[in-house]
Design a protein around this ligand. Sequence first.
Ligand SMILES: Cc1cc2nc3c(=O)[nH]c(=O)nc-3n(C[C@H](O)[C@H](O)[C@H](O)COP(=O)(O)OP(=O)(O)OC[C@H]3O[C@@H](n4cnc5c(N)ncnc54)[C@H](O)[C@@H]3O)c2cc1C
Length: 414
Amino acid sequence: MFDYLLSDKQKKLQSEARDFVKSIPRKMILDMDADEIQFPKEFLKEAGKRNLMGCRYPEKWGGRGMDWVSTCMVMQEIGVIGYIFACTFGVGAELVCDAIILHGNDAQKEKYVKPLLKGEIFAAECLTEPRGGSDFFGTSTTADDKGDHFLLNGQKRFIVGGEGADYFLVYARTNPEGEPHKSISCFIVDKSKGVESQYLYGLMGCRGGGAARVVFKDVKVPKENLLGGLNQGVKIFNTMMIPERLGTAAMTIGAAAPAVDVATGYTSKRKAFGKPVAAFQGVSFQVAEAVTLLDASRAMIYATARAVDEQIPEKQIRRMVSQSKKFVTESCQKAVHNAMQVMGGIGYTNIYPVERIFRDLRLASIWTGTNEVMSMIIANEWYKQYHDKKKDGAVRDLEKDAVEADAKDEKIFE
Ligand SMILES: Cc1cc2nc3c(=O)[nH]c(=O)nc-3n(C[C@H](O)[C@H](O)[C@H](O)COP(=O)(O)OP(=O)(O)OC[C@H]3O[C@@H](n4cnc5c(N)ncnc54)[C@H](O)[C@@H]3O)c2cc1C
């Protein structure tokens, strides 16, 4: 639908991504869903060989020097194979590497970004702790300065790639007495002595992505693995919100679209009362709603990606990426819900992939910041923006456009 927005270079990359998607064996998808593969290294190795990861990064570090619009296009294409494929593709290449590209030094980029984008090593992002994921500033993992190294202690959970990763991006408290905003640092932690991961969750969907608990016990982290300076974790966290939310939104569209395709084919063939069920408006209107939601989602992510590429003010980006994450994930869940509904009983079985997509996509509104947290950010930013606009006096006073606008006795606020 929105391919007309893409340049020839982006269309070429899209066609490469589609070839890759076609090459993934069905067995790999089924084995991951059955928890028979714990982490899809073969998939990531092949994505690396084809140079599909991190396309917006400079060529010098293994990217293609492209932009966020291109990244959103690729993430959608990868999502088509299955949500968890896009999760593992995204976490290492689009999240962890984004932080290193933006905040790391050349030695860190050489050691951790280049080989990851080639599919030679794997990474995970460790933010959520057992005591809570929404409250980033409540992080209780600590990293004590021991002179030539930091000593890392703590636990993270639900970490995609926790099982399988060669290194972890870890947020930890480096100044336990300080204000939370000024006391968290970010580290690149090799899978080394003291790092233990356990693949232990019985997940509803998104299986096979290595989601694990990761425990750090007296882990010696060399000084050179501090990312972006001491107590600068918040700065890194803030920039990571773009790939977290925009990347999640983009891949969710790709993962939802196959359910709507399958439902469209099924309802064209399946008959009831002597007609294909698609001839009933009760059915075709649900499909119409689903495709409209998918296209509205695509429009939103491309507009947001463009805003990021154009570097519009940060506060606007914050609202746009949060809105994209919330609107797109909820719209895609509704689209998949409709797809299952119009297929009747068979949609609820594993004869068609719709039930797996439905299970997988439930994660979309929970991870990379819950949608309640997105609403909190959207509301904060919107109220600030509204009051700034009023302060400037640059816009028409709309309240006056009412017949009884001067009825002061009726305008009671307390
Ligand atoms: C399969 C899977 C993969 C994941 N992968 C990763 C990963 O790779 N790396 C990583 O770091 N984390 C990962 N997560 C963790 C995920 O990001 C967190 O689960 C999520 O951010 C919520 O944190 P929580 O589970 O601790 O819930 P809590 O923070 O305990 O929240 C519980 C409920 O309270 C609500 N709530 C909390 N605070 C507020 C508030 N201020 N206003 C309104 N409502 C609020 C939440 O929205 C939620 O509904 C993953 C989770 C799953 C299930």
